[in-house]
Design a protein around this ligand. Structure first.
Ligand code: UDP
Ligand code: MG
Length: 332
């Protein structure tokens, strides 16, 4: 009987990226565990990724791991960013299903049972989508909406408004995500790009109980540019189209001026017109160079092929036992 139950137990790994989360971690673990304890037939494992925190995050993770066998942690040598932390966490997962969620309880653990129920219906993924942006500044929200609209128009991947990095996926989907081993990662796009059948569960935004968001406005702006350039070359095409348009205008203008000169003689040169044209064209050239530069920058960083993260400490035995570690070795 017991053996039968063991066989039917599925394993779920929960990947949690953490950066300076000393105030949240214990609360997060207690709250999540409370919910997980009510779910039978599944065994859970936490993989916390300390993204080079400068507070007591790692110490707290170590003491949690000492107390609870289901807690694993990976600690980076410095801050590599949430994207790298998620990638590292995924790399060490071995479960049938994989959940990724934030450590600040903005992703309610109470949604986990519903997510599991959805994936058990045969979907590949169940993800959370916030229906409002309570507690967020108006400027941030409107920029975010603009980004989604622009990104969906320019790229092939369809980003869902309000999608957050809180989802459960089959190990097959995570395997596919790991196949995309690019250095500059934009997970929202990667999740959409790999395809698979995803159902969305809406929820109301929850404000962070303590601490503050690690995202600055500039950080989000850079993230948005990276997101678009990682999945589309439409901005490059726009530059070409713009160049073509300006050249056509210039050509028409030359012809018109030529005819005018032939008929009426040489006109008095317009200082303002010349200056405006020079400045306008200068601006467009700078803008175009900027777009080209973005792409060259991406190529430059990818060409270096540096590791996405560097582990300093972990309680996961770093043998080649992990399924995905093996995959990575084969690729090299
Ligand atoms: N995070 C991380 N590395 C970073 C920034 C954030 O691992 O460089 C983690 C953070 O600890 C949290 C999650 O990513 O678990 C989301 O971060 P945050 O709450 O700051 O972002 P927001 O909720 O504002 O999107
Ligand atoms: Mg948060």
């Amino acid at each position: 009987m017991i053996a039968k139950e063991l066989i039917s137990t599925k394993t779920i790994d929960i990947v949690v990226p953490c950066y300076n989360e000393e105030d949240m971690l214990e609360m997060f673990f207690t709250e999540s565990k409370k919910i997980l304890d009510t779910i039978s037939n599944y065994s859970f494992k936490f993989i916390f990724v300390d993204d080079g925190s400068r507070d007591r995050t790692l110490k707290i993770l170590m003491s949690l791991a000492e107390k609870w066998p289901q807690v694993s942690y990976i600690s980076f040598s410095r801050n590599f960013g949430k994207e790298a932390a998620m990638y590292a966490g995924f790399k060490y997962t071995t479960g049938d299903y994989i959940i990724v969620m934030d450590a600040d309880l903005q992703h309610p653990p109470a949604m986990i049972p519903d997510m599991i129920a959805e994936i058990e219906k045969g979907h590949d993924c169940c993800a959370a989508r916030r229906t409002d942006r309570k507690g967020e500044s108006k400027i941030k929200s409107s920029f975010s909406r603009m980004f989604y609209r622009l990104s969906n128009r320019l790229t092939d991947v369809n980003l869902v408004q309000g999608a957050v990095d809180f989802r459960i996926m089959t190990s097959q989907m995570v395997d596919s995500i790991m196949e995309l081993s690019e250095n500059q990662r934009f997970s929202k796009g990667i999740f959409a790009w790999v395809g698979f059948d995803t159902v969305w569960i809406p929820y109301h935004n929850i404000e962070r109980p303590v601490g503050q968001s690690k995202w600055s406005f500039w950080g989000l702006f850079k993230y948005a540019i990276d997101g678009i350039t990682a999945f589309s070359i439409a901005p490059l095409r726009m530059v070409t189209a713009f160049g073509f348009f300006i050249s056509t205008c210039a050509f028409v203008y030359i012809i018109v001026t030529l005819i005018q000169t032939l008929i009426c003689g040489i006109a008095v040169p317009g200082y303002v017109t010349t200056l405006s044209a020079v400045l306008f064209l200068g601006g467009i050239i700078e803008f175009s160079l900027g777009i080209l530069g973005e792409y060259i920058g991406h190529i430059y960083i990818e060409a270096k092929n540096r590791p996405i993260f560097i582990i300093k400490e972990t309680n996961i035995p770093l043998t080649k036992s992990s399924r995905r570690m093996k995959q990575e070795d084969n690729r090299e």
